[in-house]
Structures are given as C-alpha cells and as structure tokens.
Ligand binder design. Structure first.
Ligand SMILES: Cc1ncc(COP(=O)(O)O)c(C=O)c1O
Length: 384
C-alpha cells in the first residue's frame, strides 16, 4: 500500500474480475446504461443485502434523492437525519423541497442519538434517515420502533456500510428503501456510482421510473412524460466493476475489518486515542478508521498529530462538520439554532487514519508507531 513512501488515506482495491468484465463490456459495445452487467450487478448486490430489488445509479447522493422521491417526499415534509453525517444526506432531502431536521450524535457510537429522535417528530415528519457512520450500523430495532409508532418511513443511508450487519441482517434491509455509494473509497466501488435497494416492488418501479427521465417502465417509449424525472443512470462499464467487486464483497469487508482490528491492537494502550464504539448487535464493516484525540490525555491536539503524520507522508482526512454548521443549510431554512455538542466534539477532535483495503499489517504498525512516538515526544516537550 505504501506508494513512494506515501500512505494514502484510502485507495481502491480491484483484485477480482474487474478488468476482465470491463474489457468484456468494452468489446461488446454495451458501454451505456443498457447491458448485461447492470442487471447482474443490481441482482447480485440486492441479493447480498438480502432484498429483492436493486437499481444502479450514478452516485450515492442521487440514490438518496431517488429513494426520497420514490416516497413522494416534497415541500412541507420533514426528514429526520443525523447532524453528524456527510452533506449528501441533507442535500438529498433539500432536492425534494423537504426540510432536513437534525439530531445530535451519540457520544460512543457516533451514530444518530436515537433517544433524541422523538422530540423532533412533528406532523410534518415524513421519514427518518439513519446513517450508518463509518460502517457502524445504527440501532435499527429502536429506529424501527419509533417509525412504527409514528407511522414514518425509514430511508437508510447505507452509503458507508456495505456488508455491515445488525442482528445478523445486512444494512439496507431494514428500511422501506436504502441507498449505497460506490465512490472509490468505499468497501465496494465502481469509481463513481450508487444503488437504491428495496424489498417493495412499487417503490422499485418508482425508482426506475424517476431515474430514467420518467420514461414509462412498461408502456410505449413515445416521448410523452407524465412527471419530471432525472437522468441518474449507471453505465454498464461501472456496473461491470461493481459486479466484480460484489463477487468478493465478503473478502473486501474482511480486509477493512482487519485494518480496524490492527489499529485497535497497536493503539490499545495509547491514552487519548479514542475509537468509535460498535453499536450492540452490530457487525461493523469498518469503512473508515476514524479516531478522536483527547489532547489532555494525548498531550497534543488532533491538528498537531495530523501535521506530524503529514510530515511523515501519511495522508489523513478530517471527519465531517455538523449539518448545523453549514451555511447552505442555514440559508435553506433548516433549524440550526439548537446545540449539537456531540457532533461538535467529534468534528473538532476526529480524523480518519488510512483505511484502504490494500493496507498491510506493517503499514498499520508503522502508522501506529508514529502516533505513539509523537505522544511520547509530546510529553517530553510538555515537561520541559
Ligand atoms: C453518509 C453518506 N451519504 C451519502 C454519500 C454520497 O455518496 P456519493 O459520494 O457516491 O454521492 C456519502 C459519500 O461518501 C456518504 O458518506
């Protein structure tokens, strides 16, 4: 994984039939959104997640938009989302005209704090969008109970959680409809890409309809369009990569899980370094290894450690800023006045360590050695 003495934060691993399938797609001439790889990828991925239907799309953001559109989410509706998430969760709600409503994160799991959801439910609430942060699945039992009690939809943002499980069931299979991203840093990638999955045939048809400019799904292709649709299609070339990736989904997941185990092993007694705590009953697919730095215990701040790692050719990345901090969402009219202390704490102290599937144990040992040695250096400096 070390590339010219540089360890990137996350590179893709394409270790199966990716090249063979993409070559086949090119040779066959099926390079747009028709072609056998798309159907095969949709079927295999949906099957892997334990649901009946999958619709490949151009990225995870649009997968979320389509999922919400299929549920007829519109202006006047509210959708509950975590405050600590990637901006796409919120923007997808905005595209429909509805308003995202934010809930602070849980201090240990970093997922939406389920205890705080009910107080934000109003007559306008249409859906809850749990996001499985870094692969750690939300407590789906609790979220399902709330959704049932208030008759709300669940739209799972599983963009970061390919192959994560809760009570032995895969992410994406707990909700009315779910969205995945296949961006290059994801456990399963197509370069750019996404998928909507669902067990509900009606929603599946709606997603297919809106994804393709509202051409009738079963009717004549007569260029008469009843609704305003979108072109969110995935190409057969991207699907060829996705199929090859999904064939080895468990293998790719195991590599990410191994990274996490190794980081925890090497940093276990490094005071001031905090890991995300897995939700109970969750099998985390460990998309990213984010850590928090507690300066009072570690001896230096998060930003000082990031700078030190950068000097040593280790690429890292900051974790998300809260949705309540986004000027775009403030101007859109979201309620950003509440306090979100846990999100702020995570944003101010967290960052990702290199997490790609191709990391070796010696890469991780080396990164951890640097983190530990910088801490010792920190104590020395402080005691001068
Ligand atoms: C939680 C979450 N939702 C949605 C997305 C959007 O996916 P994409 O980048 O494929 O549009 C991402 C991307 O990483 C994400 O992390």
């Amino acid at each position: 994984m070390i590339q010219n003495n540089f360890i990137p934060v996350c590179s893709p691993l394409l270790a199966g039939n990716e090249l063979a399938y993409i070559t086949e797609a090119v040779s066959s001439g099926w390079i747009s959104s028709s072609g056998s790889f798309l159907q095969k990828f949709e079927n295999l991925f949906a099957n892997y997640c334990g649901v009946r239907f999958g619709v490949g799309v151009c990225n995870g953001t649009m997968a979320l938009h389509l999922a919400l559109r299929a549920l007829n989410t519109k202006e006047g509706d509210e959708v509950i989302i975590p405050d600590f998430t990637m901006i796409a969760s919120a923007f997808a709600v905005c595209y429909t005209g509805a308003k995202p409503v934010f809930i602070d994160a849980d201090r240990k799991t970093w997922n939406i704090d389920v205890k705080k959801i009910e107080e934000k439910i109003t007559k306008k609430t249409k859906a809850i969008m749990p996001v499985h942060i870094f692969g750690n699945m939300c407590n789906m039992d609790a979220i399902k109970n709330i959704a049932q009690k208030y008759n709300l939809y669940i739209v799972e943002d599983a963009a970061e959680a390919h192959g994560s499980e809760f009570n032995g069931k895969k992410s994406g299979s707990f909700s009315d409809i779910a969205a995945f991203s296949f961006y290059a840093n994801k456990n399963i990638t197509t370069g750019e890409g996404g998928m909507v999955i669902t067990d509900n045939e009606e929603l599946y048809k709606q997603v297919k309809y809106f994804k393709n400019l509202c051409f009738p799904i079963d009717g004549p292709r007569n260029y008469l369009h009843e609704d305003i649709g979108f072109n969110y299609r995935m190409s057969n070339l991207h699907a060829a990569i996705g199929l090859a990736q999904t064939e080895k989904a468990d293998y790719y997941r195991s590599l990410r899980q191994q990274n996490n185990q190794l980081y925890k092993k090497y940093l276990f007694d490094c005071n001031g370094v905090i890991f995300q705590k897995d939700e109970k009953q969750c099998l985390n697919s460990n998309w990213m290894n984010a850590i928090l730095i507690k300066p009072e215990e570690y001896g230096k701040t998060r930003d000082e450690l990031i700078a030190f790692l950068k000097e040593n050719n280790i690429e890292t990345r900051l974790v998300f800023n809260g949705m309540h901090r986004q000027n775009s969402l403030i101007r859109y009219g979201c309620d950003c006045t509440n306090d979100f202390p846990v999100t702020d704490f995570l944003s101010n102290n967290g960052f990702y360590l290199p997490s790609g599937s191709g990391l070796s144990e010696s890469d991780i040992a080396y990164i951890c050695d640097l983190i530990i040695s910088f801490k010792k250096l920190a104590y020395k400096t402080n005691s001068l």
